[in-house]
Write a protein that binds this ligand. Structure first.
Ligand SMILES: [Mn+2]
Length: 341
């Protein structure tokens, strides 16, 4: 537990206790850490007698997380569809910038609404009134567990399994370097409270739709290699998306960077999907985050980029061939050693 958490825990609790109606949101394409931390925080706040309203945000609720307890608490609304004047507090979880709240409009928080950011992304721009950003933590879920302990909140089985799923997913099942003894200790405490996580993990990893496999196939067949095969890209052009009449959600299934990374020697990989005309979503991964911090690329290229050393993403507003060139230039500039061993 860090000194910062200990210091901010009481300050955050004080603001919560003073608030009546609290807003929570999920970031676009929400993962188990986003959803899990929102559901866990919801339950704890409800227990404190607070009125809580949680919104899914810009994208849909993921099919592979329908087994999470109380998922119906999350309303199918985005930030533009709510009346912010009703809320005195917005607790912003697992989001490194306001673009992770909504990409539909620029965000200005009204004066009546206090804001608390709780996150673990090192690229977090600390845009809240209170900012608890712990970049050494595996997940927002892990931060929440420690906060709840400091608040003397009893973690219920529902809350426990939501936090466990967040930690599990954000550590890649305890495989990433962000998984520490502390992470596994917290996970173990959560599993003691609720040991029934196996079905949820099965559903998380085995809820694919046929279109997802088709998109993966499309991505794999588009692989291009650069810098002596150390850099590998998969590229899906807008024509392919249009031809299939895909939703943006389905198009994003073509982001296969984590699968490209499984190949020995493909040290820095990126997956590009032009889901809308001249809007290219880029997902970056590396096999060696100490050598190739891909969040540096995500931050310098395109818009609204960010993430972690080993896994990051950004959006480039260019036709896909131009976006590819922009990306390769940035990679070469950031890591001139590529292709030269
Ligand atoms: Mn997270």
């Amino acid at each position: 537990m860090t000194d910062q958490i200990k210091e901010l825990a009481s300050e955050i609790l004080e603001v919560i206790l003073k608030s009546k109606k609290i807003l929570l949101h999920c970031h676009p394409y929400p993962d188990p850490d986003s959803i899990g931390s929102v559901l866990a925080m919801s339950e704890v706040l409800k227990h404190m007698g607070k009125e809580v309203f949680s919104i899914i945000g810009d994208t849909e609720y993921p099919q592979n997380l329908l087994g999470l307890p109380n998922y119906k608490w999350i309303q199918p609304k985005n930030f533009t569809q709510i009346d912010t004047s009703e809320f005195d507090l917005f607790i912003i979880l697992d989001s490194s910038s306001t673009a992770q709240i909504t990409r539909l409009v620029p965000i200005v928080f009204p004066d009546n609404m206090n804001t608390i950011v709780i996150d673990h992304h090192p690229t977090n721009s600390k845009f809240g009134k209170i900012n608890l950003v712990e970049s050494s933590y595996s997940s927002t879920s892990q931060i929440l567990y420690e906060l709840f302990k400091l608040w003397n909140v009893e973690v219920s089985p529902d809350t426990a399994v939501c936090l466990f799923m967040g930690i599990y997913a954000d550590t890649g099942g305890f495989k990433y370097l962000n998984s520490t003894p502390e992470t596994i200790f917290v996970a173990s405490e959560l599993v003691k409270i609720n040991p029934n996580y196996h079905k949820l993990l099965f559903d998380l990893e085995n809820s694919k739709k046929p279109i997802e496999i088709e998109m993966v196939g499309l991505a794999f067949s588009s692989v291009e290699k650069y810098f002596s095969n150390q850099v590998v890209l998969s590229v899906i052009r807008y024509e392919e998306i249009k031809k299939r009449n895909l939703s943006k959600n389905d198009a994003m299934e073509g982001l296969v960077a984590s699968q490209l990374r499984t190949v020995v020697g493909w040290d820095l990989v990126a997956s590009l999907v032009e889901a809308e005309h001249n809007v290219v979503t880029v997902s970056l991964r590396t096999r060696d985050e100490n050598k190739f911090d891909v969040s540096k690329i995500a931050k310098t290229v395109g818009e609204k980029g960010g993430g972690h050393k080993g896994a990051a993403g950004t959006t480039i507003m260019e036709p896909v061939s131009k976006a590819k060139a922009t990306l390769l230039r940035a990679i070469e500039q950031a890591f001139p050693e590529l292709g030269k061993q």
